[in-house]
Design a protein around this ligand. Structure first.
Ligand code: NAD
Length: 442
């Protein structure tokens, strides 16, 4: 691990961001337990078919791999990687890869299940999966990260594939990681088949077959939904204020795009700390600062975690890790809307507090689906060998994600339930219909 800091200067900010350890520590209900409770609540309310319920309440495949990688100092270290495939009734498994020191199997199960619901709500022909490697990437050089990524891909072998299971970026992974996976996967294919493997990952660099608009897609989707919600709630975004937790891919794009509506970012928190400025924080300059320094700390006056969470604003966008809004922290929030960019930022106890306090939530499985929607567009473009203009990608994203929003809003009104439960009912009804049509083999 020699020269870690020097080499870290050459790679993108997220690697560096974890250097100082977690700022906002997560407690609350473990994510897979949260999924079970959310699932059970919706399944009970809608009277989900008992056979379909059994199928969807468990994962299909759980792959755990242990693999060796030679480090820069010559030693070999062992790494543990995961890929959990929750369900593929609607199409190939789909979901991101996360690099994080605290990643473990139960969390990956939760993240995989959320992907199944997300793709069903968005009506895209993918199933749900998630994976990653349990390690802190900020402690490794760029060359080590490349070897860890390639060896992880090799260890997964035929458990991923362009028509079977398609990874994408998530926390601490990005387009560069996807390019290494693509190259490794193609290198292990027969030369005759190589051109048929381009869509084994999405979120690739544009030059390597990625889609225009994929990098910003999750943030863009969040902003399309906030705009729709604001219109219906009568909130003028030009006069609105917002908070963001996490200034990586999702948080920084959501902030920059929302700021273009005139809304003012007044506080941000990431792994390096929290900053606040009631006069407004320049979202573009902050992104440059994070690129240079690895985090938001130092850009504006610092505040502690509780002060950040209790800042009065119209909108809060959690875009970092799970379990940030819990029974302990939900009472602190002083906002009208929580637009969930992260996966699982609110646990079921946090949900109860938000509902009691009348704080509206656009749930993760709807709110952050812009990423997987544009991943689907990338996959289609790779298969067709035909690449779309950015305007076309954005237009199609807006159409798909707002249709999903309308489905969830209408379900919430029809059943008089909160939006997370409504989103689950939309997803489970779709999957139930598919299972009933096809039956259970044999
Ligand atoms: P990223 O690695 O680009 O950024 C993560 C951000 O979270 C960084 O700013 C980091 O400093 C911050 N962070 C990490 N731990 C923190 C903590 N304990 N307290 C405060 N801040 C912390 O990751 P990303 O791709 O932006 O993903 C963020 C969230 O969005 C994750 O929950 C991910 O699953 C979800 N998500 C991502 C995508 C995508 O397309 N990348 C799509 C859907 C959902």
């Amino acid at each position: 691990m020699a020269d870690t800091l020097t080499l870290l200067e050459q790679v993108e900010a997220p690697w560096k961001a974890d250097l100082r350890g977690h700022f906002a520590s997560a407690s609350g209900i473990p994510p897979y337990e949260a999924v079970r409770r959310q699932f059970d609540r919706a399944a009970d309310l809608m009277g989900l078919d008992s056979d379909v319920r059994k199928i969807l309440s468990t994962t299909m495949n759980e792959i755990v791999v242990h693999f060796p990688v030679r480090l820069d100092d010559g030693h070999v270290a062992m790494f543990t990687g995961y890929r959990v495939q929750h369900n593929n009734a609607l199409g190939p498994f789909k979901g991101g890869l996360r690099y994080h020191a605290s990643l473990e199997l139960d969390e990956v199960r939760a993240l995989a299940a959320w992907m199944t619901w997300k793709t069903a709500i968005a009506r895209i022909p993918f199933g749900g999966a998630k994976g990653g490697v349990q390690f802190d990437p900020s402690r490794y050089s760029r060359a080590e990260l490349e070897r860890i990524t390639r060896r992880f891909c090799y260890a997964l072998g035929q458990n991923i594939g362009p028509e079977y299971d398609i990874p994408a970026p998530d926390v601490n992974t990005n387009a560069q990681i996807m390019a290494w996976i693509l190259d490794t996967y193609l290198s292990t294919m027969s030369p005759h088949d190589r051109q048929r493997g381009m869509h084994v990952v999405t979120g690739k660099p544009v030059e390597s077959g990625g889609s225009l608009g994929r990098e910003k897609a999750t943030g863009q989707g969040i902003v399309f939904l906030i705009q729709r919600w604001a219109k219906e709630a009568g909130l003028d975004l030009a006069c609105a204020t917002f908070l963001v937790q996490g200034y990586g891919n999702v948080g920084s794009w959501a902030a920059r795009l929302l700021a273009r509506s005139g809304a003012k970012l007044i506080a941000v928190e990431d792994v390096t700390g929290a900053i606040r400025d009631p006069d407004g924080i320049d979202t573009e300059q902050l992104a440059e600062h994070v690129g240079r320094h690895g985090g938001v700390a130092g850009f504006a006056p610092g505040v502690d975690h509780e002060t950040f969470l209790s800042t009065h604003a119209d909108i809060f966008i959690p875009a970092a890790m799970a379990n940030q809004i819990t029974a302990a922290t939900a009472p602190l929030l002083d906002v009208t809307l929580v637009a969930e960019g992260a996966n699982g930022p609110t646990d079921p106890d946090g949900d109860t507090v938000l509902a009691r306090r009348g704080i509206h939530v656009i749930p993760d499985i709807l709110c952050n689906s812009g990423g997987v929607i544009v991943s689907y567009f990338e996959w289609l473009q790779n298969k067709q060998g035909d690449y779309w203009e950015l305007e076309e990608v954005d237009r199609k994203l807006q159409a798909k994600i707002t249709a999903a929003y309308d489905r969830v809003r209408d379900m919430a009104q029809r059943r008089n339930v909160d939006w997370r439960t409504a989103a689950y009912i939309v997803a489970l009804s779709h999957l139930e219909a598919v299972y009933k049509e096809r039956g259970i083999f044999p």
